[in-house]
Design a binder for this molecule. Structure first.
Ligand SMILES: [Zn+2]
Length: 225
């Protein structure tokens, strides 16, 4: 058990005595403050039991079983919810209260000050952009594939996006970021071949403004047949 966990246990045995703390040391003050805020109040409850304390998506989760009169229960739950909220700006490592949230390479969201940002991390906004990019690519691929299949049922298609490799590769996304390149969804390589035929071809294809117009591609494919 960590030193900070021991301290909390000794100081507030009724709160932290019987529960594991799956959080980092930076939240010591946060949990200490919460302890001092609710310690007198929980003595007036019929039942108060901490079920789990952990970090999820970079913020504190504090689960309790509580039985008390309505107002008292509300007060205690308010304190707990405020602490959970406050955790989103407190560095998990050092407790600095100007922290922000990031996503690391293992796609784990965490809260850190400037000093404790892990290498190759993303802000949640950047991460969101990556998720949207992936989503848009898969939607567009499906559309292209369906359009081609409708016109040429005997065709075999493989569609590659220039940024496909970003799928699970935040490191690569970071390289793009450093070079100031914003990956776009719209550059594709389309591999086409026909069943029972040796004809194979690959087409570079760019989609402008969400307008999937495959006329040019159809013309090229027509020549293959
Ligand atoms: Zn820090």
């Amino acid at each position: 058990m960590n030193e900070f966990q021991k301290k909390l246990r000794n100081k507030y045995p009724d709160i932290y005595g019987k529960v594991g703390l799956s959080v980092k040391e930076g939240w010591f003050n946060l949990l200490d403050d919460l302890g001092s805020e609710i310690i007198e109040k929980i003595k007036k409850t019929k039942e108060f039991k901490v079920l789990q304390i952990k970090e999820k998506f970079g913020t504190l989760r504090f689960y309790v079983k509580i039985e008390a009169e309505t107002d008292l229960k509300k007060e205690i739950m308010n304190s707990i919810h405020n602490a959970e909220k406050r955790s989103s700006i407190i560095c998990e490592i050092c407790g600095d209260e100007n922290a922000k949230q990031y996503v690391n390479q293992n796609l784990h969201q965490y809260t850190a000050c400037d000093k404790h940002i892990e290498d190759n991390s993303y802000t949640p906004v950047e991460y969101q952009q990556l998720i949207e990019l992936r989503y848009n690519i898969s939607i567009e691929k499906n559309k292209i594939e369906n359009l081609l299949k409708e016109s040429y049922p005997n065709i075999s298609i493989e569609i590659e996006n220039k940024y496909d490799k970003l799928r699970n590769n935040l490191k690569l996304f970071n390289k793009f970021k450093e070079k100031g390149i914003t990956p776009k969804k719209n550059e594709y390589k389309i591999y086409v071949s026909f069943e029972n035929s040796d004809n194979k071809d690959v087409f570079d294809y760019i989609i402008n403004d969400n307008d999937i117009n495959l006329t040019n591609l159809f013309e090229k494919i027509q020549k293959m047949i």
